[in-house]
Design a protein around this ligand. Structure first.
Ligand code: SAM
Length: 292
């Protein structure tokens, strides 16, 4: 029986054996608690038939647990120094493939076609590098990949914003961008002590389950996100003031914006944070003819 990678003793042994030093700039905070990893994997609800995509395997702590719980794991790692370490630590597993690539530059759709042709249930599971959590999640969701969802560790503050409901101070354009594609829930709060080195911020695990049908049908997704970002530009301003100051030629189109607000049944004195995604969807479609 192999010893798990994610214990303080084994992790230190691996780092020493390979003379590895952490790169803060790559968000390298490795997990050293096997129980936490098993709970993360449980939240992904994998079966022996599932595939798992991991971002940033590090020295393989999570990869190992994924390999035990799924049919196949493919992991993207940016740091070349970790490749020989991973082939050492993961040598007991024959269902893991490591791709040396920046996830933000990778053609993930093509990788899925090549790596998971015989697999119909696919999840992304990751302990994300914190300097780049939001771009990674938005890339994976906007590319319309054939995945069931994403279970990932990230900064608690970002998890709070992603899963926020209307009317709360955390609710904003990020909540909408992600909840448009998925149902979002925080499933774990994780203490700093289970990482090596410990990060400066608190962590949480979120589960994003892709919606079978969009929460709202819109004519132009990109424009929906332009309207939501504009609506939250200054949180204390009314939606009318934000839209007129943020949308192109908004000031000269104030009357058209007012008419669109009325047509979509949104009071112009409301603030962006009170609107549901469905209301933003109606508003975006009503504004679209004036801005495209
Ligand atoms: N999965 C490991 C664990 O849980 O212990 C390591 C997680 S660590 C928070 C983040 C990992 O992501 C590091 O291995 C880092 O080198 C890698 N990484 C950072 N930026 C990346 C990128 N743009 N694409 C792929 N991997 C990246």
């Amino acid at each position: 029986m192999n010893k798990d990678i994610a214990t303080p003793v084994r992790t230190k042994e691996i780092l020493k054996k390979h003379g590895f030093s952490f790169k803060k700039s790559l968000g390298q905070n490795f997990l050293i608690d096997t129980n936490i990893l098993k709970r993360i994997v449980d939240h992904a609800e994998l079966t022996e038939e599932s595939g798992a995509i991991e971002i940033g395997p590090g020295i393989g702590a999570l990869t190992e647990q994924l390999a035990k719980s799924s049919k196949k794991v493919t992991a993207f790692e940016i740091d070349q120094r970790l490749l020989p370490i991973l082939s050492d630590t993961l040598s007991p597993y024959n269902n893991v493939n490591i791709i040396h690539e920046d996830i933000l530059k990778a053609d993930v759709k093509k990788v899925i076609e090549e790596e998971f042709a015989d697999i119909s249930d696919l999840m992304v599971v990751a302990n994300l590098p914190y300097y780049v959590t939001t771009p990674i999640i938005l890339k994976l969701l906007s590319e319309n990949l054939p995945i069931r969802g994403i279970v990932c560790m990230l900064q608690k503050e970002v998890a709070d914003r992603i899963a926020a409901k209307p009317g709360t101070k955390e609710y904003g354009s990020l909540s909408i961008a992600i909840q448009y594609y998925t149902e979002a829930e925080t499933v774990m709060i994780v203490p700093k002590t289970v990482f090596m080195p410990q990060p400066n911020v608190d962590s949480a695990v979120i589960r994003l389950t892709k919606r079978v049908k969009p929460i709202v049908e819109v004519q132009d997704e990109d424009f929906l996100f332009i309207v939501t970002r504009a609506s939250f530009a200054q949180r204390r301003k009314t939606i009318l003031n934000n839209l007129t100051s943020q949308l192109p030629d908004g000031k000269s189109k104030k009357e058209l914006i007012l008419a669109a607000l009325e047509a979509s049944d949104v009071d112009p004195t409301r603030r962006g944070e009170t609107l549901s995604i469905k209301e933003f969807g109606r508003l975006s479609d009503a504004l679209l003819p004036n801005f495209k």
